[in-house]
Design a protein around this ligand. Structure first.
Ligand SMILES: NC(=O)C1=CN([C@@H]2O[C@H](COP(=O)(O)OP(=O)(O)OC[C@H]3O[C@@H](n4cnc5c(N)ncnc54)[C@H](OP(=O)(O)O)[C@@H]3O)[C@@H](O)[C@H]2O)[C@@H](O)CC1
Ligand SMILES: Nc1ncnc2c1ncn2[C@@H]1O[C@H](COP(=O)(O)OP(=O)(O)O)[C@@H](O)[C@H]1O
Ligand SMILES: [Mg+2]
Length: 282
């Protein structure tokens, strides 16, 4: 098992190109947030934007529209209930993050079915939160898209049937192979199962144990894969930076809110490119 370290992540984060524009940094669609959990998808989308995604659209329940526009004017809105609009939008996206606060009802299932059916082989779908639950418990069409799952230990138990005390590296690897996907197994030292490789995070702390923290990580991963050339480097960097920021904040904060992490993402990315205090592009 390889460790994700600061030195590696410093080398992974790309410098922005002088001749670039928002389209260069990816189009990301965030899908989730029912009437009770709009905050989950807003945190996720906010994390994606603060991570550098060029264009962010949020497909969420209509009741969340005003809150989304108030909290995150940079994001575009799409009513999640309109499956035709959702299908049309998916076509032009690079990355789709689905699941935070999605719920588990019929609408949620229809939304996830639409995402799986519509996403193509050049697209990447990150499956988190309630979308993991639905993936395991409901009948869904095969998708052509590449998949990243981001389960916490409870969700991984649901996905694999493995009780916590049987979740060894080897048993996990077998399950990952069956899934044919990348798995980010979230815990105090998060593990990334990427093809044959397993990476272990070296940052993170219990001040981060706050609702919405995983939604935030999903958004960071979505934002990073949309703009990095290499998906593996993107996933590893997001996992590391999310918890690195958590560790920095925990030096002065007893508890860390997801929105505190989100605010720090652009500053920490700048620090990691070792160009702090300079306007440095390539
Ligand atoms: N502001 C918002 O809108 C927010 C919305 N949110 C949204 O809520 C939705 C449901 O997500 P969820 O993770 O809360 O519930 P669920 O899938 O039922 O899993 C719980 C089960 O797993 C277990 N378990 C959990 N962690 C574990 C661990 N580390 N190690 C071991 N076990 C662990 C846990 O165990 P227990 O706590 O009972 O001991 C229980 O059995 C999702 O869409 C999410 O995005 C939240 O993000 C909050 C903020
Ligand atoms: N004790 C801890 N040490 C390190 N990281 C933690 C700890 N508790 C929670 N986290 C991190 O917080 C996130 C929790 O994810 P998740 O349970 O999906 O949150 P939510 O669904 O509420 O957004 C994960 O990234 C996990 O690694
Ligand atoms: Mg979660």
């Amino acid at each position: 098992m390889e460790k994700i370290t600061k030195e590696k992540v410093e080398a992974f984060i790309p410098k922005r190109k002088r001749d670039s524009y928002k389209g260069t940094y990816g189009r990301v669609l965030f899908v989730g947030g029912n009437q009770n959990m709009g905050g989950a998808i807003m945190l996720s989308a906010s994390a994606g934007l603060h991570s550098g995604a060029g264009l962010v659209t949020v497909a969420t329940h209509s009741s969340n529209q005003a809150a989304l526009h108030t909290r995150l004017p940079e994001a575009m809105f799409l009513p999640m209930e309109d499956l035709n609009q959702l299908e049309e939008k998916i076509d032009s996206m690079d990355v789709i993050v689905v699941g935070p606060g999605l719920g588990r009802d019929t609408l949620a299932l229809n939304v996830l079915q639409t995402v799986y059916q519509t996403a193509g082989k050049d697209q990447l779908v990150l499956v988190d939160g309630d979308a993991i639950y639905l993936h395991v418990n409901e009948k869904l069409p095969e998708t052509e898209a590449s998949l990243i799952f981001t389960p916490h230990l409870g969700e991984w138990r649901t996905m694999t049937g493995l009780p916590l005390d049987e979740q060894y590296l080897e048993t996990n690897q077998e399950k990952v192979k069956e899934l044919n996907a990348v798995v980010v197994l979230k815990k105090s030292r998060t593990e990334v199962y990427y093809e044959e490789e397993v990476w272990q995070n070296t940052t993170g702390n219990p001040a981060m144990a706050t609702g919405g923290m995983g939604d935030t990580l999903a958004g960071m991963i979505g934002g990073f894969v949309a703009q990095f050339d290499d998906n593996k480097k993107a996933v590893l960097s997001a996992v590391y930076l999310h918890s690195y920021i958590g560790d920095e904040l925990a030096k002065t904060q007893y508890v860390t809110l997801p929105s505190h992490i989100i605010e720090k993402i652009p500053f920490t990315m700048k620090e990691f490119t070792k160009t702090a205090g300079k306007l440095s592009f390539i």
